[in-house]
Design a protein around this ligand. Structure first.
Ligand code: FEO
Length: 194
């Protein structure tokens, strides 16, 4: 008995409980929960953008933002489930201060791009933290989001280009709204051309 006491490492029972319960560090879990909230807020902002575009009379853009809102909710759920599946504690986000006004038809698409750039930065921050900790499971999980953000930023820029290429004079804004559903990520464009 004395022998065992000497060999067994001193341990903090609380620390062991936390380590057994989840594979996530506190920092990664907290960053992932921040991301749950950010994706949830993105979903709400896209919903506001859908309403704003609809009020301006741009139905295709409104529809696009409705779809985008749903996608962001799926992103939120994906991270939420990952935290839960890793034994962590996902936090259902408290979404506040959702903007309802975007200045102009072009302004709404510029806001969408700014939002996507902010999301990309946030994903990169978690990924860097995961690499730093050697948390390859989380790093691997986040690769899907890295790819997704590449596509989202690419298509968000393409939508803004429509304003420069077509112009907003005369029926310009109507034409831009017609073209919004045609904007696709790089592989989808390649598939169409194949
Ligand atoms: Fe899920 Fe496009 O941020």
């Amino acid at each position: 008995m004395v022998f065992l006491t000497i060999l067994l490492p001193k341990h903090n029972p609380m620390k062991d409980t936390i380590r057994i319960k989840t594979s996530l560090s506190e920092e990664i879990e907290s960053l992932l929960n921040d991301q749950v909230k950010m994706e949830g807020k993105s979903s709400s902002i896209y919903l506001a953008m859908a309403a704003y575009s609809d009020q301006l009379g741009f139905e295709n853009s409104s529809e696009f933002f409705f779809t985008q809102s749903e996608e962001e909710r799926q992103h939120m759920l994906k991270i939420f489930r990952y935290i839960a599946d890793s034994g962590g504690t996902p936090i259902s986000p408290d979404i506040t201060a959702v903007p309802q006004e975007f200045g102009s038809f072009r302004g709404v698409f510029e806001s969408a791009l700014e939002q996507e750039i902010a999301v990309t930065k946030a994903i990169n921050k978690i990924l860097s933290a995961a690499y730093q900790e050697g948390d390859h499971a989380t790093a691997n999980f986040l690769q899907w989001f890295v790819r997704e953000q590449q596509e989202e930023e690419f298509t968000a820029r393409k939508r803004i280009e429509l304003f420069d290429v077509i112009g907003e004079e005369g029926i310009g804004r109507y034409m831009i709204d017609q073209k919004i559903p045609e904007i696709a990520p790089p592989e989808a464009e390649a598939d169409l051309n194949a």
